[in-house]
Design a protein around this ligand. Structure first.
Ligand code: GDP
Ligand code: IMO
Ligand code: MG
Length: 431
């Protein structure tokens, strides 16, 4: 089978969008399987930047079919505005390029309002969500109150479903958070307008579509959103998102069996970033962290918030390799580390004076760990114009080799800039 999962191995924003865009030149299908418009995936082609939140990152390739699968919480306003912008740019000329599962959870304004009201009320205790309504939408799915994408096309039942779906949230908004509820008639009218625009992209059974593609030997990429440490079950709870972000979620979210997967590629920044609250053992405070933020343009693609920056954390990486079953790595943003005399890499933690090599399961412990670093020699040269691994400075090659050896996982791709051409291949993508 020819399925490849692309998964974020850190706290998100590793460069998944760039990788999926580059890989899509060789893929027939790209499937987004979880998360929602909390994701911000950036593609840079000939200097032109496209930021996608819901539409899969294969969309710039006209021959690649992009699928939004059941596991996604589909923000109807956002997906329509993304489709409009892409169409204005001359893309998605054919609606067969974008297929949306009938089983996606529909995300509406009441979800966004509740997310934002909760964060506001939490004050310093907030999660630091993107405010995109992700938690409330997944809650509705789990409590069986959600509207599914397919429901939008049955107008005899839609209004009743919408009413049932907003009633509890409206109560919370009005009575508990003392904020404006959503208005049923207004929302219903808006939903009908947006449904009409989305009708051409309706896949109905997207699981069957992907299954047939895999069975027919087509090359299928599964595009993850967020990152391992934001996983609802295996991340630093409660400072996580509300979906499963690890590779197993690709099967669940798309409705395909694990035996369809050939490779799991962990997308890894050459350093680490995190947006929002929660533990981050290798975070660098002060001027050095600020320097990486500026040189790496580390500002959120969804919210514009400054990303917290720190050194590469191999303890967290080993955890990510384990829980995802990562078979290969793509090392991103190596160019951002140019010009440092020393580059530190965290190889273990100290917890209560004891050295530990595995991620603690308790978030309270993760808050308390102290990173143990190994300092590697840096390099000065600008590497953004380098086009093959051999042409990288020796110290940069040593850095790559050190990471690959420590993680006992092959690094197949190295990225030295946001552009497609700034991609150095060590091994081909599809066998
Ligand atoms: P994603 O959420 O994992 O898709 O990542 P984001 O798009 O949120 O953030 C990654 C940022 O780094 C984007 O602005 C990309 O254009 C940029 N980027 C990706 N790869 C590289 C690289 O190798 N070098 C540099 N300098 N920027 C990169
Ligand atoms: P991509 O796909 C980085 C973070 C938020 C917050 C937590 C919960 O671009 O890598 P949510 O809105 O999901 O309820 O927020 O998760 N978060 C991300 N951080 N990259 C993302 O996506 C993220 N999506 C959510 O900052 O800490
Ligand atoms: Mg992002």
């Amino acid at each position: 089978m020819s399925g490849i999962i692309v998964v974020g191995s850190q706290w998100g924003d590793e460069g998944k969008g760039k990788v999926v865009d580059v890989f899509s030149a060789q893929a027939d299908y790209v499937v987004r399987y979880q998360g929602g418009a909390n994701a911000g995936h950036t593609l840079v082609v000939n200097g032109v930047k496209t930021v996608l939140h819901l539409v899969p990152s294969g969309i710039l390739h006209s021959k690649t079919v992009c699928v939004i699968a059941a596991g996604v919480v589909l923000d109807i306003e956002e997906v329509v505005s993304e489709i409009r912008a892409l169409r204005e740019a001359g893309l998605i000329a054919n609606s067969e390029q974008l297929r949306i599962s009938d089983q996606c959870t529909v995300l509406l304004s009441h979800h966004r309002k509740l997310d934002q009201a909760r964060e506001k009320a939490a004050g310093h205790e907030k999660i630091g969500t993107t405010g995109r309504g992700i938690g409330p939408a997944y809650e509705d799915r789990a409590s069986r109150q959600a509207i599914l994408f397919g429901d939008l096309f049955d107008q005899t039942t839609l209004k009743d479903k919408l009413k049932a779906s907003i009633v509890e949230t409206n109560f919370l908004l009005k009575e508990y958070y003392k904020t404006e509820p959503v208005e049923l008639e207004e929302l219903y009218k808006r939903l009908l307008e947006l449904t009409e625009e989305l009708a051409p992209y309706r896949a109905k059974d997207a699981s069957m579509l992907v299954h047939k593609a895999l069975k027919g030997g087509k090359k299928v990429l599964f595009e993850g959103a967020q990152g391992t440490m934001l996983d609802l079950l295996h991340g630093s709870y409660p400072f996580v998102t509300s979906s499963s972000t690890i590779s197993g979620s690709a099967c669940i979210g798309s409705g395909i069996g694990p035996n369809s997967v050939q490779k799991i590629i962990g997308i890894t920044k050459a350093y680490t970033t995190r947006v929002g609250s929660g533990p981050f053992p290798t975070e660098i405070h002060g001027p050095l962290g600020e320097r990486i933020r500026i040189e790496g343009h580390e500002f959120g693609a969804t919210t514009g918030r400054p990303r917290r920056c720190g050194w590469l954390d191999l303890v967290a990486m080993k955890y990510a390799i384990r829980v995802n079953g990562i078979t290969n790595l793509a090392l991103m943003k190596l160019d951002v580390l140019s010009g440092h005399e020393k580059i530190e890499v965290c190889t273990s933690y100290k917890l209560d004076g004891q050295e530990i090599k595995d991620m603690p399961t308790s978030t309270a412990d993760l808050v308390r760990v102290e990173p143990v670093y190994r300092a590697l020699t840096g390099w000065n040269d600008d590497i953004t114009q380098v086009r093959s691994i051999q042409d990288l400075p020796q110290a940069a090659r040593d850095y790559i080799q050190f990471i690959g050896n420590e993680l006992a996982t092959p690094i197949d791709v190295v990225s030295v800039g946001p552009g497609r051409e700034q991609t150095l291949w060590i091994k081909p993508l599809f066998n």
